[in-house]
Design a protein around this ligand. Sequence first.
Ligand code: AHM
Ligand code: MG
Length: 335
Amino acid sequence: MSQHVSLTRFLIEEERADHINADLRLLIEVVARACKTISVAVGKGALGGILGDAGTGNIQGEAQKKLDVIANEVLLEANAWGGHLAACASEEMDDPYPIPDAFPRGNFLLLFDPLDGSSNIDVNVSIGTIFSVLKCPGDVQCVDTQAFLQPGSSQVAAGYCVYGPATTLILTVGHGTHQFTLDREQGSFVLTQRDMRIPEETQEFAINMSNKRHWEAPMQAYIDDLLIGKEGPRGKNFNMRWIASMVADVHRILTRGGVFIYPWDKKDPNKPGKLRLMYEANPMSFLVEQAGGASTNGRSRIMDIPPTELHQRVPVFLGSKKEVEAVTDYHRKAD
Ligand code: AHM
Ligand code: MG
C-alpha cells in the first residue's frame, strides 16, 4: 500500500478528528479541484491562449489579465453546484455572487483572489490562488456584503495554491498549516509536509524597495537598519527577495522563514496599502499564525481588524515572529 496521504484522506481524517464537518471537507475538495484546472491552464502558457490582457478592469480599477478572468470563472463554476456555499466573493468582482437558485445553498462563504501575482502571468513566474472560508452568519437565502464583513479570526479554513515549478496547495482548518503537492500523473494532491513551522528569527526580508521614498518614517528607518547589517542596531546581515507574487513570497517564508512587507505608502494616500484584507491578508495571516508566525498591519494583529468594506486594503507585515514584532515596534514607538 502507498505511504502517500492524499488530500482526500487527510480531510476525512480531519473530519474524524472533529476539526471540520463533511460540508467543509467537500468544499475544500471542490476548491482544490478548481485549482487543478487552473494549474493545467497555467501550464499551457502561450499554447493555451491564456496570456495577455482581457481588455477589462476590476472594481479596483486594475486591468484584468485573461487568466484573472478564466481563474475567476473556474472557481465560480466549480463551487456553484456543490451545495456547500451560500455565496462567493472575489477580488475580481464588484459584489458578492450568491449561489444561483438552481442549486441548493449551504452554510459557508468563500472568498478568493483567483489569480494572485497577475503581473507575473506573462513572464512565466510563479502565481497562485488564495482562498478563505467563513461561516454564513444569517439566512443563506439572502446573503449580502455585510455577511462577509467578519474579522480574519472568524475564518474556518484558508489556503493558497502556487502554480510554480510544482503546484502546491497550502491549507489550514485551524489545526496547523499543511502542504500538499500535486502529483500530475495521478491528478491528486499528496500531503508533503504536515505542520509547517516558520522559524521565529530570520535574516531575510521581502519588500518592493522602489516605493521607499513613499513610506512612513518608521518604515524607512526599519529598512535602513536592516541594510546597515552587522554593524547596525540589528547586529546581523540581511538578504532580500521580492517575487511580486504574494503566494510565492509567502511560500518561501513558510518554508524557510523571512518577513513579507507591503506597507502603506503615500503614492495614493486614500489607499491604506496595496493588498486586500479579505482576499489576501486574512487568509495568509491565518496560515502564517498556524505555522507559528505573526501578522500585523504595522500596529496591530491583522486577524483582529473588523472589516468595513469587501475590497478593503491593508498594510501587511507577516512571517517570522520576532521580525514581525521588531518592525511593528518601529511603528508603535513612532506613534
Ligand atoms: P494582484 O492580486 O492583482 O496580483 O496584486 C497583488 C500582488 C501581490 O501578489 C504582490 O505581493 C504585489 O501585488 C506586488 O506588488 P508590486 O507590483 O507593487 O511589487
Ligand atoms: Mg492578489
